[in-house]
Design a binder for this molecule. Structure first.
Ligand code: NDP
Length: 283
């Protein structure tokens, strides 16, 4: 049976460390504030926003909520982002996605100042990651690096296969593994003989959004498997992109769903907020 990488425990450790950092910043007179914009009242988005507010409260970050009507205009939303960019008391700005279809998500994401883009979605931050410069990194892949490091799984020199090439998971994941000196292959829906490519991996990151897609034919004996997918089955239970039962006895380490990658995303969002506030102390 594989070592189960405990995302709940590791995210709790990170949040505890951040709580101490925030307390120390407060002693120096530096506060941390995250502005959270939600448009409409999509139930899933409300759950995500609620969890982010809870994490802020635990760490000592002020969360300033902007709950906007679903029919808000692009102009009004852009004005709010502009005001928050200009407000020195706001360190991070988060716009909960997806936005209603009449709004231009790309334009909104790009309007957020790169210095306050704690989601790490702004092209300037994405570019910084590619060229090895400082910037905010997308929270889910950043959390996966923490899971690996804090579980003692070495990345340097390892064969890393990332399946999925989205802008928020697959691509930044590949860049981060490369930064850690992994040998990285990125797969997608047009990859030929996916099981063969995946079976090369010492570290396999599955991020395709297909429930229990990866079985034991996709994994090498002793590999570490990171399951990014999250799905609710007909039975109401959550599962990932990996068929945990079929894979767990072949691999050396694996993230469960739930309790693996999921909790790390919010922890890293909090980390980015604290980093944004820390910059005020050096500028
Ligand atoms: P996207 O739908 O944006 O991207 C999916 C990627 O998977 C695409 O690059 C696609 O390839 C590839 N893909 C789809 N089907 C196959 C296939 N059969 N074989 C190989 N590649 C395939 O998804 P996201 O990256 O946003 O999310 C992936 C999963 O991670 C989802 O289940 C999502 O819910 C979950 N997620 C979880 C988070 C967490 O906090 N735990 C955070 C973010 C996402 P192509 O580019 O060729 O179309």
């Amino acid at each position: 049976m594989a070592f189960i990488i405990d995302g709940k425990k590791i995210s709790a450790e990170i949040k505890e460390e951040l709580r101490e950092t925030v307390a120390a910043l407060k002693e120096k007179g530096v506060s941390v504030c995250l502005a959270v914009i939600q448009v409409g009242d999509d139930p899933a988005s409300s759950v995500y926003v609620g969890n982010k507010k809870k994490a802020c409260a635990f760490i000592g970050i002020e969360s300033r909520a902007f709950e906007l009507p679903a029919d808000i205009s692009q102009e009004e939303l852009m004005d709010l982002v502009g005001d928050l960019n200009a407000d020195p008391s706001v360190d991070g700005i988060l716009v909960q996605l997806p936005l209603p279809s009449h709004l231009n998500e790309k334009e909104v994401t790009r309007a957020i100042s790169p210095e306050k883009d704690v989601d790490g979605f702004h092209p300037q931050n994405v570019g910084a990651l590619s060229i090895g410069e400082e910037g905010f990194v997308s929270c889910t892949p950043a959390g996966i690096i923490q899971l690996l490091k804090r579980s003692g799984i070495e990345i340097e020199g390892k064969e890393c296969v990332v399946v999925g090439r989205s802008n928020i998971v697959g691509k930044p994941m590949a860049m981060l593994l490369l930064r850690e000196n992994g040998t990285v292959t990125v797969c997608h829906s047009r990859t030929k003989d996916l099981p063969k490519v995946c079976s090369r991996a010492d570290i396999l990151v599955a991020a395709i959004g297909k429930p229990r897609f990866f079985d034991d034919t996709y994994v090498k004996e002793g590999a570490a498997v990171i399951d990014v997918g999250i799905h609710r089955g007909d039975d109401g239970k959550l599962c990932g992109d990996v068929d945990f039962q079929k894979v767990k006895d072949k691999v050396s380490a694996i993230t469960p769903v739930p309790g693996g990658v999921g909790p790390m995303t919010i922890a890293m969002l909090m980390y980015n907020c604290v980093e944004a506030a820390k910059r005020k102390t050096t500028s």
